[in-house]
Design a protein around this ligand. Structure first.
Ligand code: DUC
Ligand code: ZN
Ligand code: ZN
Length: 468
């Protein structure tokens, strides 16, 4: 059994959905599950998913709260945090009520919400947001790019000030809008429309500059910040430099920045659209920088950023083969493969310990968003959210193995070692050996509390001897 800090052998006693005892040789219960030969880890917490969400361009995600949460469950994730997106003119209160009403009858795993704030009107900032924060929606995402979502620097400061006063977490999509638009305009003027140009327009410097800028803004108010979906080595350097100075800036990354590159967008026809997300996957050097940032603690959370769009006119390709890289829906699926990918290429490949894996995929998410110790660990009093991993299984990824509604996976053809075989949510087996046992609507809505100090993502590397 492994947590973010320990590995040990023990029996677990579970009652009423909670862990009530951890000891060797507990007496038999009403029902016993034999986990011999398997690794027992906390259920995954995925704090960045988009389900049943309309993009700012009006495109609906392929997954609703049922297909998305079923896919999460099969992938070993027992809690997720999805976005409730305000579009300009929307009331934040109505947005949250609407998302909660849609999630309630559908979710099979436990869930909470972040808000997306795109219209920081005085009413939204002074009335609605404080009330929603008090009710347990304690985090919100803001964008520095996208025409219909982005906030300018003054608006970012307004949002940071509310978060500081109300003790909320601000998540930032950090990319410089003007840089992206400037490059995109020139590409389109020259007839470059294919999916691969998405990665050219979303240049690394756009991410690096915006990351640096928003960290600077946050220092004015001493407001903690999470930079989401970090992909670029220079952005990582900015985050690390700020952390070294004592700034409370946190970083998140996602599978697409470890396992995909911009070359994946360079496919015949429109196929590259399936690999299109923002920021885009970069190159092998950037992948190495992201791995390093996970192991040296610069990035503390590993989320999926599951943003599922079908490869047709309802999703990626609103104008079919005529769709330009500026019109494609941005996002890749990952809710089901987030844990298997990192378990295989991180733990089984020897890049990280299993305890680091638990910190990055469960414990730090729960701590960052005030769900710990109920979620994200194995401890007396915690919810009995557990995954029994089969470390021997080898799986070649194919979309037919998955349970989302997307129709493809960007990770097809990869061989993964280790698989989440049995998934337990609040003491109930919800997935076992490829079969779902959970009822739609059996997931519980979670109110978030105040954040807690995070686990270090990794132990300090052993001191190198200069002379031996
Ligand atoms: N940002 C996300 O967080 N997800 C999908 C697309 C985007 O720009
Ligand atoms: Zn984003
Ligand atoms: Zn996202």
């Amino acid at each position: 059994m492994c947590t973010a800090s320990d590995s040990f052998e023990a029996d677990l006693g579970i009652d009423d959905g909670r862990i009530v005892a951890i000891a060797s040789n507990l007496p038999p219960g009403e029902r016993d599950i034999d986990a011999a030969g398997r690794w027992v880890l906390p259920g995954g917490v995925d704090s960045h998913v988009h389900l049943e969400q309309k993009s700012s361009m009006g495109v609906m995600t392929a997954d609703d709260f049922l297909s998305g949460s079923v896919s999460a469950a099969f992938g070993g994730t027992t809690t997720f945090m999805s976005f409730a997106a305000q579009h300009r003119g929307d009331s934040l209160r109505e947005v949250i009520d609407d998302y909660r009403a849609r999630a309630l009858p559908r979710c099979v795993v436990d869930y909470a919400f972040h808000l997306i704030v795109s219209d920081p009107t005085p009413r939204a900032m002074d009335v609605e947001l404080p009330a929603l924060i008090a009710e347990g929606v304690r985090s919100f995402k803001v964008y520095m790019t996208y025409d219909r979502l982005r906030l300018d620097d003054a608006q970012l400061l307004d949002v940071l000030a509310v978060a500081q006063r109300e003790q909320a977490m601000v998540m930032v999509h950090a990319e410089n809008h003007e840089v992206i638009q400037w490059i995109a305009r020139r590409l389109l003027d020259r007839g470059h429309r294919a999916p691969k140009y998405h990665a050219v327009a979303h240049a690394p410097v756009a991410e690096a500059e915006a990351t640096h800028r928003v960290i600077a803004l946050s220092t004015l108010l001493e407001q903690p910040l999470l930079i989401v979906h970090v992909s670029d080595p220079v952005a990582i350097e900015h985050i690390r430099a700020a952390q070294t100075l004592g700034v409370r800036v946190y970083g998140e990354t996602c599978p697409q920045y470890l396992f995909l590159t911009a070359e994946d967008l360079d496919k015949p026809g429109m196929d590259g659209a399936m690999w299109c997300c923002s920021p885009p996957p970069r190159d092998a050097r950037a992948q190495e920088a992201v791995w390093r940032a996970l192991s040296n603690g610069t990035l503390q959370v590993f989320s999926s950023d599951h943003a599922p769009y079908r490869f047709d006119a309802s999703g990626k390709l609103p104008r079919g083969a005529d769709t330009t890289f500026k019109e494609m829906a941005n996002g890749v699926p990952g809710i089901e493969l987030r844990l298997p990918l990192l378990f295989s290429e991180g733990v089984m490949a020897g890049r990280m310990t299993v305890n680091e894996f638990v910190a990055l995929t469960a414990t730090n998410h729960a701590k960052m968003y005030g769900l710990h110790p109920r979620k994200g660990t194995i401890a007396v009093g915690s919810d009995a959210d557990l995954v029994l991993w089969d470390t021997q299984r080898r799986t070649v990824v194919d979309w037919s193995l998955l349970h989302d509604n997307v129709g493809y996976t960007p990770y097809a053809g990869r061989e993964l070692r280790g698989w989440p075989q049995t998934v337990i949510r609040r003491g109930e087996v919800i997935v076992d050996d490829g079969t779902l046992y959970a009822r739609p609507g059996s997931g519980q809505y979670l109110r978030c509390g105040l954040p807690l100090p995070l686990e270090r993502a990794a132990a300090a590397p052993p001191a190198r001897r200069l002379f031996s």
